[in-house]
Design a protein around this ligand. Structure first.
Ligand SMILES: Nc1nc2c(ncn2[C@@H]2O[C@H](COP(=O)(O)OP(=O)(O)OP(=O)(O)O)[C@@H](O)[C@H]2O)c(=O)[nH]1
Ligand SMILES: [Mg+2]
Length: 730
């Protein structure tokens, strides 16, 4: 029996014992050492050898991950760890740190119940640390902390024991501030050095330690410094191996699925908790009705097809079982159930609630799908933190490959929901939009490596349109003149907009007009009457219905929504998506006879006045912005700031951090293409940098016209901007 099979056999003995299971993710800012640390944990389970651990980066098993030295896809592995004489099943997910692949983190957080937040002690708490910790807490996933790369603090920065401790405390305080702000009500998940929910160590040198362990063994900070300085870290590893400290911490401080689901289910599933399925999920009941959430879709091997990662919240999944996919509304048969072993899986006949598994056979499954045996209430949608902001056109090199290109793009977007594949209706081009330049580069390279020859255009940024003032009401009439709408447009309150973007307020057409959302909107500063009448939230825009008692209005409501959404998808200036807009229906008159108020009548009567109002409300193009953080030796400072300025960037702050300068800046994403190569060359490879998407800013006035015209030309639109009157005449 191979190593993997042995581990899988042990795992299978534990899948039915929820109190001995920990579903955990490893999350961090880019490069803080997640995958390096994961190696140690794999070595502990016997999956790789301890000699190569730390350098092998076994969970970066894709060729491009090894080549680029970054994690691109979340990787799952199941293993067994012994703690206090008892065996525990650890279902682990190593996640990527680069923002372009942040979607993988978001989805992994639905599958796990706890996370180890890795923080590089040299860089400290970084923007992506805060983002991923916030995501975990939103899913009610409990954190513990590993302060990593401590060897560098000692050997490179030469800190003494007091300085070390000070640095640790600062990191812990910052983490606890975020936890306190975002943890579930009535629960205290702050970490504490004294109870061992914080550890410090070196993933690379494979040691780690925490305060209780120091007390038990008598190892002091001074000793740790000596071990590092004298290059005796191997001894330290033998005394305090990272795998033991980190996995013990997970077992002791992270909840088992039984405890976790009690807290998590009310957050991620909005059905009746008193119903049979509700109770069964709260209890993590293996004998209950099946409830699985699909959190990821990946293809490891073409012959095998897609593998869906699923978290089983209730019931027991059986090989060969017929299941119902709620979103896809179809019944499919589970082919294989696999215990994850990174790139491969070991087959299991059946796996009960509380586990994370790989499932084959579900061809219609997508990330976010709910799987059961009946039509149960689905899980809450997984809300990704950012929208795609960069687009490329993809073409087949050979015309005959066109159908394959379409198929590959469809499949890629299915596996990665942060990608969007579309056909431009005007030009017929195949467009692929993603989170950033790197994201699209990685995806298109993978398509090429799959043997398909494609041509791609340089990346272009996806702008948004918004309004800066209000206008209206303007009357819109249907072509038959029998239906009329009075519509007004204005900027959406920034706090409401932000809440939508953050996912605190859910998007969608609202039939129920629920009370809790109303209270939330009022708290954000919206007037009560308006909050009550909010009927649609779409891509950061809202629609409000202020009419009262209009006959037949309910019957055309869906058409009104369609019309509103169509305009929000294509703004008036350059047909880019609109955002931050409030559209209010003030009054309406409708024909009595349904035959005279079909889509052909209603759409223009809704869309024209919205367009007219937008054009009179100081419409502008806004562009996506990134925050950028660059660590660089002082000598290269000037080069870096010049590079930023050349790209319309801005320096926000400069700080000295140890021997490095940390530059914090802002840069429009449209100007960031090729930055990675240029910054490397102007600093001779000495810059460490990371970015964070930071919403949208107004494109400078002097560029508005130029950009609008460029986009219109690209999209084959006529050169002249429309004027409001064209939309007002009837
Ligand atoms: N000195 C030192 N270097 C480390 C340590 N842990 C990781 N590194 C190095 O840091 C770099 C990044 O390590 P990874 O494990 O790939 O980091 P990651 O967090 O998985 O990176 P992404 O997944 O791309 O976000 C590698 O060069 C590692 O060798 C450590 O404890 N000490
Ligand atoms: Mg990694």
């Amino acid at each position: 029996m191979g190593r993997q099979e042995q581990v899988a056999e042990k795992v299978k003995k534990l899948v039915g014992k929820p109190e001995q299971i920990r579903n955990m993710g490893i999350v961090a800012h880019i490069d803080h050492g997640k995958t390096t640390l994961s190696d140690s944990l794999l070595a502990n389970a016997g999956l790789i050898s301890i000699e190569t651990a730390g350098k092998q980066l076994a969970l970066d098993f894709h060729e491009d991950e090894q080549k680029r030295g970054i994690t691109i896809n979340a990787a799952n592995v199941s293993m067994v760890h012994e703690y206090d004489g008892r065996e525990y099943l650890i279902n682990l997910i190593d996640t990527p740190g680069h923002v372009d692949f942040g979607g993988d983190v978001t989805r992994a957080m639905r599958a796990v119940d706890g996370v180890v937040v890795v923080v590089c002690s040299v860089e400290g708490v970084m923007p992506q640390t805060k983002t991923v910790l916030g995501q975990a807490l939103r899913e009610r996933v409990r954190p513990v902390v590993l302060i990593n790369k401590v060897d560098r603090l000692i050997n490179e920065l030469k800190l003494n024991d007091e300085e070390l401790q000070k640095r640790f405390l600062k990191i812990i305080a910052e983490i606890n501030r975020i936890i306190q702000m975002k943890q579930p009500d009535g629960i205290d998940w702050r970490v504490d050095v004294n109870d061992g929910s914080v550890a410090f160590g070196s993933g690379f040198h494979k040691w780690a330690i925490n305060v209780p362990y120091m007390k038990k063994t008598g190892i002091t900070f001074k000793d740790i410094i000596d071990y590092c300085r004298d290059e005796r870290q191997k001894e330290l590893f033998e005394k305090a191996p990272a795998y033991n400290i980190v996995l013990d911490m997970a077992v002791r401080h992270l909840p088992d699925p039984f405890m976790a689901q009690k807290i998590r289910i009310p957050q991620i599933w909005k059905g009746d908790l008193e119903s049979e399925i509700g109770k069964s999920m709260l209890k993590c009941d293996p004998n209950g009705k099946l409830a699985i959430m699909i959190t990821n879709i990946q293809t490891f091997d073409k012959r095998e097809g897609e593998v869906a990662t699923g978290r089983i919240f209730s019931g027991t999944l059986q090989e060969g079982q017929e299941v119902y996919l709620i979103g896809a509304k179809t019944t499919e048969r589970v082919h294989n159930i696999g215990i994850y072993m990174a790139a491969s899986r070991e087959r299991a006949q059946s796996v009960p609630a509380g586990n994370i598994v790989g499932i084959t056979g579900l061809r219609h499954a997508f990330a976010g799908e709910t799987v059961s045996t009946d039509d149960i209430q689905p899980f809450e949608a997984i809300k990704h933190v950012s929208e795609p902001v960069v687009t490329i056109a993809v073409e087949a090199k050979n015309m005959k490959d066109l159908p394959r290109v379409i198929e590959v793009l469809r499949q890629t977007a299915k596996e990665d929901p942060t990608l969007r594949a579309e056909i431009d209706e005007e030009t017929g081009e195949h467009l692929l939009s993603g989170m950033g330049e790197l994201h699209l580069e990685v995806i298109t390279n993978r398509i090429r490596e799959g043997g398909l020859e494609i041509k791609t255009s340089p990346p272009i940024v996806v702008y948004r349109e918004t309004v800066q003032s209000s206008f209206g009401p303007v009357e819109g009439k249907s072509p038959n003149k029998h239906n009329k709408f009075q519509i007004k447009v204005e900027p959406l309150e920034p706090r409401v907009y932000q809440a939508i973007v953050n996912g605190d307020i859910k998007e969608g057409r609202r039939k129920d007009r629920s009370k809790d959302l109303r209270a939330q909107l009022v708290e954000l500063g919206m007037e009560n009457e308006e909050a009550k009448r909010l009927i649609n939230i779409y891509h950061g825009n809202i629609m409000v219905d202020r009419t009262k008692g209009i006959q037949h209005l309910d019957e055309v409501m869906e058409l009104l929504f369609d019309g509103f959404e169509q305009v929000m998808k294509k703004g008036a200036l350059a047909a880019e998506p609109m955002t931050g807009v409030k559209v209010t229906l003030e009054d309406a008159t409708l024909h009595e006879d349904a035959i005279h108020r079909g889509p052909a009548q209603i759409y223009p009567a809704v869309k024209n006045p919205i367009y007219a109002c937008i054009l009179r409300s100081k419409p502008v193009i806004i562009e996506p912005i990134q925050n950028i953080y660059i660590d660089v030796p002082q000598d290269y400072m000037g080069n870096v700031t010049r590079e930023l300025q050349r790209r319309r960037g801005m320096v926000v702050d400069i700080q000295q951090k140890d021997e490095l300068m940390t530059i914090e800046g802002k840069i429009p994403i449209g100007e960031s293409f090729g930055f990675s190569g240029d910054i490397r060359s102007v600093t001779e490879g000495h810059a460490l940098w990371s970015t964070e998407n930071a919403g949208f800013d107004k494109l400078p006035s002097e560029l508005q016209q130029k950009v609008i015209m460029q986009i219109r030309e690209r999209k084959g639109m006529k050169k002249e901007l429309p004027n409001a009157e064209e939309y007002m005449e009837s």
